[in-house]
Design a protein around this ligand. Structure first.
Ligand code: FAD
Length: 490
């Protein structure tokens, strides 16, 4: 593999795994090939300066760095096709890139080659009011699409905490979720058709702009979550819904973290249907308060919070629902503190700002590894207890938070004061044990961040060899020479 693995980021061999490194069977872009690529595209579309290469060499996954040989910034689907035809002919690795906010190292060009960024493919092409659909290019930032839809009274609901920077193309490739997935589904449930450029430069649409599709295998769903390994997405058609006019946010503090996890399935069993249901351990909210300089005070003894959002068209209905939430929690006898109610835009924004900053805040405190565990939601209490038990066995501190309504807990394992040697020796074994626990609870090793590079060593815990064999067969059918984002997933 090319590239540098800096600092104490996970190194595949040290994770105690049996992954074999893919050999470098790719063509290096020598001067002649680079000049040919320049000639293929308009001026400004190909960059090979140090700054551009560095920008494309990392994402938000720990501190891993892999330099590409060139960066291309296509402006049209025809440009993407030309790049792919060129790469296919010369067997050059191509890694698509959105905003580089991924957390599994999926956008890292581990075999060098070309990074194809979608930063210039960033147009909202159509908001189809009659059919409640939007067609966008992959480089559109999620929040921009949401804002554009809101102007027409419509909602594009998928809202990763990184929505202000991540792109729709990245969301499609990672099958991204976010807080609202609990009510509206992940990207998977909100994309209906994709335009894709294949490894050899041919272009296809994966489906049709319809709400039902029973016409052969579902290539749209296959492409979602494929992490740029099957094709380059060049257009995305999403489903829209009426925009809820009102929201109400509750921050519910619990004196026992296990009870906060238990309350998640209790609330659903009582028939409640929140638009978001997020979990934050005490350390997570403390880190966010510190990091953002918020003035919020957390009561002594509180161990975790649930952040609950309700949405709808009538404020009075939301207030009634909020009362129901309180009654259900009280009836179950959980020991909770003073519930904070966010009603004004400013109050709601502050609560959400804290939640969205947790990831950055935790990163700020220590070298870390973030795992994206997901279990059936009733198993959340067992997951939390298990995480802490594994942590004490290996000497790791952990901070947990995430999309509890989906059973999706982000486990941040912190190096803290652990010495370098111990961290390197234990981290891979500890993660393996964590994932074994997750699978034993009926869950899997990633809910929304993908496998990418850093979860690759653990795929065998979640999937049988037969299953992995089928996935590899699909990869070969789409990408026979293996040029699309090599070194990821398998
Ligand atoms: C603070 C923070 C909070 C986050 N919160 C959430 C969250 O709540 N929920 C969640 O699901 N994720 C979350 N993420 C993870 C991340 O934002 C998502 O994975 C996001 O979808 C990545 O989008 P991106 O544009 O940055 O893609 P990148 O990181 O650039 O790329 C991700 C993958 O997509 C592929 N790709 C990109 N564009 C294309 C394309 N056009 N065609 C084919 N493949 C393509 C890349 O090759 C790579 O495999 C968070 C990240 C951060 C840093």
């Amino acid at each position: 593999m090319k590239g540098i693995e800096e600092g104490t980021g996970l190194m595949l061999k040290e994770a105690g795994n049996s992954v074999s490194v893919i050999t470098d069977a790719y063509t290096v872009l020598n001067k002649e090939l680079t000049m040919a690529l320049y000639a293929l595209l308009p001026a400004g579309c190909v960059l090979a300066d140090e700054e551009a290469l560095k920008r494309a060499s990392r994402d938000e996954t720990e501190d891993l760095i892999f330099l590409p040989e060139v960066v291309v910034r296509p402006e049209t689907v025809e440009h993407v096709q030309a790049v792919m035809r060129f790469a296919y002919t010369h067997r050059i690795a191509v890694t698509a890139r959105g905003a580089g906010t991924g957390l599994s190292g999926s956008a890292l060009p581990v075999h060098g080659g070309i990074v194809l960024t979608t930063e210039r493919l960033n147009r909202i092409l159509d908001i189809d009011l009659a059919n409640h659909q939007a067609t966008v290019e992959p480089g559109v930032v999620v929040e921009s699409l949401q804002n554009a839809c809101a102007e027409h009274g419509l909602l594009y609901p998928v809202d990763p905490a990184s929505k202000g920077s991540c792109t729709i193309g990245g969301n499609v490739a990672q099958s991204s979720g976010g807080p609202r997935a609990v009510k509206y589904g992940t990207t998977r449930e909100n994309v209906i058709n994709l335009q894709v450029v294949l490894a050899n430069g041919e272009m296809i649409w994966t489906g049709a702009n319809v709400l039902k599709y029973a016409t052969g295998y579902n290539l749209t769903q296959l492409m979602i979550g494929s992490e740029g390994t099957l094709g380059v997405v060049t257009k995305v058609v999403v489903k829209l819904r009426p925009l809820p006019l009102h929201t109400l946010v509750l921050l519910v503090p619990f004196f026992e973290a296990r009870q906060a996890c238990d309350a998640v399935s209790t609330l659903f069993m009582a028939g409640l249907n929140p638009s978001c249901l997020e979990f934050m351990e005490r350390d997570a909210i403390d880190a966010a308060i510190d990091y953002t300089g918020s003035k919020m005070k957390i009561e002594e003894g509180i161990k975790a919070h649930l952040l609950i959002e309700l949405d709808g068209q009538e404020p009075a209905t939301l207030e009634q629902e909020a009362t129901l939430f309180y009654e259900v929690l009280e009836a179950k006898g959980y020991t909770i503190g003073q519930i904070l109610l966010g009603q004004t835009d400013a109050q709601k924004a502050e609560l959400w700002h804290l939640r969205r900053q947790v990831a950055y805040a935790v990163k700020h405190t220590s070298i870390f590894k973030e795992e994206d565990t997901v279990v059936p939601r009733a198993a959340l209490p067992d997951l939390l207890v298990g995480v802490k038990a594994i942590g004490s066995r290996y000497g790791f501190r952990s901070i947990c938070y995430g999309h509890a309504g989906d059973g999706n807990l982000h486990v941040n394992i912190l190096k803290g004061d652990l010495d370098e040697q111990a961290w390197k020796e234990r981290i891979g074994v500890g993660i393996r044990e964590l994932f074994q626990l997750v699978v034993s609870l009926g869950g899997t090793i990633s809910g929304e961040h993908g496998i990418g590079l850093v979860q690759r060593p653990y795929l065998d815990i979640a999937l049988s060899q037969t299953h992995i064999g089928l996935l590899k067969g699909i990869k070969t059918a789409f990408d026979p020479t293996g040029i699309l984002n090599p070194g990821k997933i398998f």
